[in-house]
Ligand binder design. Structure first.
Ligand code: ATP
Length: 237
């Protein structure tokens, strides 16, 4: 039996007050699935994620486990939707431990302590830097902290905006391995926006390609990874 649909966009258009920058987007993510949204610079990938989390106005429908997903970003987060924005979304003035503690605000006090501990086990490097302010971490460490901070409240789906941005290839590989592990262990669904098409197609079950604000291709990730036309035209191969 295939997994139930968790997130479904239907005819979604969104923008910033002027003309829409993404148009008529149909896209879905099932429970536990990893989906990637690819496209060139400025194609509208970030805007799609912002529309899902309620940070920009949109028309069309966004449904969540079969019901409309509405309201402010914090209300959507309470439904189980996590978002790691581009630029990482950590609280740079707070320490690593404080960032995790704040991320776990929805959990009861005991569960919250256990959750912080278990994320320190997942990312030992964060434990070593527990008392350091987040703003002084390296790029890879900040990305790990942003992931842990989003995941600590046990979301059902996390939107990840360019997790590889600014990371060296080895660190990117490590972050993607952690994503795979988290998905396998916790069943967290992921919608990953990436410019690093090779890494994200290797991670994902399915992929969508955005070109000038429209979905121009979608399919199984292992089919798209072998598509020469797509690689030449949109993925910079
Ligand atoms: P990149 O890979 O470069 O991050 P992207 O595919 O994520 O690009 P978006 O950031 O969604 O693309 O941008 C899509 C379009 O919307 C672009 O033309 C961009 O200039 C415009 N845009 C983005 N943010 C804003 C904003 N805050 N106000 C007005 N226009 C914006």
């Amino acid at each position: 039996m295939s997994a139930a649909t968790l997130l479904e966009l239907s005819g979604l258009s969104a923008g910033y007050g002027g003309p829409d920058v993404v148009h008529d987007i149909d896209l879905s993510v099932s429970e536990g699935e990893i989906v990637t949204l690819l496209g060139a610079n400025g194609a509208g990938k970030t805007t799609v994620l912002r529309a899902i989390s309620g940070a920009v106005r949109s028309t069309g429908t966004v449904s969540w486990a079969g019901s409309p997903l509405r309201g402010r970003p914090d209300e959507r987060a309470r439904s189980g939707l996590g978002h790691v924005p581009q630029g990482r979304g950590t609280l740079t003035q707070l320490t690593v431990a404080e960032n995790l503690w704040v991320g776990g605000a929805r959990l009861g006090p005991r569960r919250r302590r256990e959750a912080v501990d278990s994320w320190f086990e997942t990312f030992p490097r964060l434990r070593e830097r527990a008392e350091q302010t987040a703003g002084n971490l390296s790029g890879g460490e900040q990305q790990m902290l942003a992931l842990a901070r989003a995941l600590i409240s046990e979301p059902r789906l996390v939107l990840l905006d360019e997790p590889s941005l600014g990371l060296a290839p080895l660190i990117t590989q490590e972050v993607f391995e952690r994503l795979r592990e988290i998905n396998a262990r916790l069943g967290t669904a992921l919608l990953v926006v990436e410019q690093n098409a090779a890494a994200s197609l290797a991670l994902a079950d399915r992929a969508y390609v955005l070109g000038s604000g429209h979905i121009i291709r979608h399919g199984a990730a292992d089919e798209l990874i072998d598509d020469d036309e797509l690689r030449r035209a949109y993925l910079g191969a």
